[in-house]
Design a protein around this ligand. Structure first.
Ligand SMILES: Nc1ncnc2c1ncn2[C@@H]1O[C@H](COP(=O)(O)OP(=O)(O)OP(=O)(O)O)[C@@H](O)[C@H]1O
Length: 244
């Protein structure tokens, strides 16, 4: 990680970011700011625009208008591999593992994509330990349970040694225990990197106790702690009423 960055540096910014699909304003003039080492969850009811916003950050979608800046660099319209090349770890909802390879091999490939062999080996060992994947390191990923596969994917993100991590629903389909373990992993990753996490599971958000950005109809309705959002009448109406 760069030693030039400080905790209060703005590392992700969107300016009037919009993504329209025909007449649907999925994301509508969103101004968003993330500081270094922050852990931020994006929540909102179905169709609020969280995933679309996330995809504009990762380069999966190219916005209709406005700008995305990552470390003050304008990345509007960049491709996902270009964003990853800045040292950003991305986990999308679409699985990104090699089913026929072992856990070790998957993680090594990810580390080796960005680092020289010696550093890649060290990062692989470190990641296996950090994510407690030691017991399954030689297993073929295609044979793992859903939760374990998700952790291998998280491992692949971590193995690249990113300074910013973007995760789309990392706890989707997990049991309560797996969700708790994933929350623990995310807090651990946050000791070294900033994160933006799109998530539905409010229990999970409470477990990671992050700042939350609440989306509604393509816009940011509120930014605060989960507790403050739970206590806000309007936020409850648009979101929590359906879920809490
Ligand atoms: N590729 C697309 N083409 C057309 N409309 C889309 C497309 N992707 C998203 N939308 C629309 O944009 C709006 C925002 O969708 P988005 O998936 O970003 O919401 P979300 O907050 O992530 O919802 P969910 O929690 O259901 O995933 C919705 O009205 C959706 O139908």
């Amino acid at each position: 990680m760069s030693s030039k960055r400080h905790r209060r540096d703005v590392i992700v910014e969107t300016r009037s970011l919009s993504m329209h699909f025909g007449g649907v304003r999925a994301v509508d003039q969103v101004d968003f700011t993330l500081f270094d080492k922050e852990l931020r969850c994006l929540i909102g009811p179905n169709g609020a625009g969280k995933s679309t916003f996330f995809k504009c950050l990762t380069g999966q979608l190219h916005p209709t208008a406005g700008n995305v800046l990552i470390q003050r660099q304008d990345t509007t319209g960049a491709e996902p591999h270009e964003i990853a090349g800045l040292g950003v770890g991305i986990k999308t909802q679409v699985p990104n593992v090699f089913d026929g390879l072992s856990v070790d091999e998957n993680i090594w490939l990810s580390a080796r994509r960005w680092h020289k062999p010696k550093r890649a080996r060290a990062l692989t060992a470190e990641t296996i330990e950090r994510l407690r994947l030691g017991d399954i390191r030689r297993e073929t990923v295609g044979r793992l349970a859903h939760g374990q596969r998700q952790w291998v994917e998280l491992g692949m993100v971590v193995a690249a040694d990113p300074w910013l991590v973007l995760l789309d629903e990392p706890a989707a389909g997990m049991t309560h225990e797996e969700t708790a373990r994933t929350a623990e992993l995310i807090r651990e990753i946050n000791t070294e990197a900033a994160l933006i996490v799109v998530e539905h599971d409010m229990q999970f958000i409470r477990m990671i106790s992050s700042q939350v950005t609440l989306f509604h109809e393509g816009r940011i309705l509120m930014e605060d702690t989960m507790e403050a959002i739970s206590n806000d009448k309007r936020a409850r109406e648009v979101y929590l009423g359906h879920r809490a």
